[in-house]
Design a protein around this ligand. Sequence first.
Ligand SMILES: [Cu+2]
Length: 153
Amino acid sequence: MLLKHLPCIVSSATHQIQVGPNGQLIFEPSTIDIIVDDSIQFIFTGTHTATQASSSDPCKRASPPAFDFNSNGQHTFNTSGVFNLFCDVGDHCQRGMKGVITVSSANSTSTSNPTSTSTSNPTPTSSKSSAFTKYNCDILLTVIIIMVVTCFT
Ligand SMILES: [Cu+2]
């Protein structure tokens, strides 16, 4: 049946990275795996930046950086790849304020669970919407089926 092959609308996800939570010189999480068209929302506490670093030097600015925030903001990753992330304030990066954002292509089926190495209270930092997306797809397909059936009867 043709309907089986209709593409579903896949909505992208937004993930959060805390920038300097609790006065610490860290990104939390410091590593994150997302897929193309997902967004990262940077939530700032204190004076920091969330800047793309050079691929060769994790404490040096990329030229030009694809993202460079000094307050709350959101960036959508439209291409796959590995993006180094660092804070360009003082010696924060040298003191460990850096991270890695890995963007996989959308046809990858893996949904990686970020392994938590945090010592603080685990707080959910990403909102997954896969269940919601599936629900939307089911509704969409149902509506299409009803329309088709209506047309041919
Ligand atoms: Cu900083």
